[in-house]
Design a protein around this ligand. Structure first.
Ligand code: IPM
Ligand code: MG
Length: 354
């Protein structure tokens, strides 16, 4: 088969890690007889520098016409400390989510047995932890109107808005995930305080009746933040609104000690986007030291979205083999300390040979 992949490396380490995923996908293509047409496009600070905006129309068109988007990372420190900057790289990411209708971000979190000692938690707490965070991605306080400042500039405000339709579609996706997994769903909200959360709960309680095989529990977000650390194994699928999901999914990602290894998928109305969960890590940019595995595993999720399940599994097996062989970047092992491109080559070779 032939597939078009919009390839958006973005900023910081983005280009280096995306190169490795491309390498691995090419190896898969050769082995299984698929052809992947990688169409590179600008985003983030790299796009601001070149064309003045972080998600140019030309990039959007390439994404819309593609079968999937492979995304690196965006963000540049020169914007972080300038709250007055008129355009920011992050607007590119938010613009892309909105325009592609990517209302769900899916982050699977699982432990890698060989890395269990990297977890900041005690081994017995994390061993076997395996859950998915489903984050609503195009609504809530990130996009709600009104937002801004009063005329005298002395007060600023954001608005958290959700409609029944927005809540239903993300919950439906989360219920379906739970159905495919261990049939437990945790709906995280702040229904003791927020009207929008109470609407989430109302909608979810109504939908529960359509999924009798699924055990649903409701948890306030502050409690969820605590329970994630205390007993991550109790979770199967967790679903929540945009900003709670932003915070909890970062928290979840470090529990297993494998921040550099975790992929994500954003899905919705148009083309889906696959990206590592970590950021642009500007301190490492251009040094060929960043861990490419999260991006390589994002490429595996991308193949799953094409229903190329054997191919996706081949990538996951290759990554596991590299971890078992301790052929890893310095974040995993200071002693082993292979470069970004060496790990990419190793994984691609393994795919070709196995
Ligand atoms: C993420 C990031 C983004 C977000 C930023 C970069 C706008 O933190 O993808 O989780 O807050 O959604
Ligand atoms: Mg975040």
């Amino acid at each position: 088969m032939q597939y078009k992949i919009a390839t958006l490396p973005g900023d910081g380490i983005g280009p280096e890690i995306v190169d490795q995923a491309v390498k691995v996908l090419k190896a898969i293509g050769e082995k299984y007889g698929h052809s992947f047409d990688f169409q590179f496009a600008l985003t983030g600070a790299a796009a601001i520098d070149k064309v003045g905006e972080p998600y140019p129309d030309a990039t959007h068109e390439i994404c819309m016409a593609a079968d999937a988007v492979l995304f690196g990372a965006i963000g540049d420190p020169k914007y972080d400390n300038d709250p007055k900057a008129k355009v920011r790289p992050e607007q590119g990411l938010l613009g892309m989510r909105k325009k592609l209708g990517l209302y769900a971000n899916i982050r699977p979190v699982a432990t890698f047995p060989s890395l269990i000692d990297k977890s900041p938690l005690k081994n017995d707490r994390v061993e076997g932890a395996d859950f998915v965070v489903v984050r609503e991605l195009t609504g809530g306080i990130y996009f709600g109107q009104p937002r801004g400042r009063t005329e005298d500039q002395k007060t600023a405000f954001d608005t958290c808005v959700y409609s029944v339709d927005e809540i239903e579609r993300i919950l439906k996706l989360a219920f379906e995930y739970a159905r495919k997994r261990n049939k437990r769903l945790t709906v995280v909200d702040k229904a003791n305080v927020l009207a929008s959360s109470r609407l989430w709960r109302e909608v979810s309680q109504r939908m529960e009746k359509d999924y009798p095989e699924i055990t649903v529990d409701y948890m306030f977000v502050d409690n969820a933040a605590m329970q994630l650390i205390q007993w991550p194994k109790k979770f199967d699928v967790m679903v929540t609104e945009n900003m709670f999901g932003d915070i909890l999914s970062d928290e979840a990602s470090v529990i297993t000690g494998s921040l550099g290894l975790l992929p994500s998928a954003s899905v919705g109305l148009h083309t889906s986007v696959f990206e590592p969960i970590h950021g642009s890590y500007p301190q490492a940019a251009g040094k060929n030291i960043a861990n490419p595995v999260a991006t390589i595993l994002s490429a595996a999720m991308l193949l799953e979205s094409f229903n190329l399940l054997d191919e996706a599994k081949k990538i996951k097996d290759a990554v596991n083999a590299s971890l078992d062989a301790n052929f890893v970047t310095e974040d995993i092992s200071k002693e082993a300390s292979k470069s970004t491109s060496e790990v990419g080559d190793w994984v691609a070779d393994w795919v070709k040979k196995n």
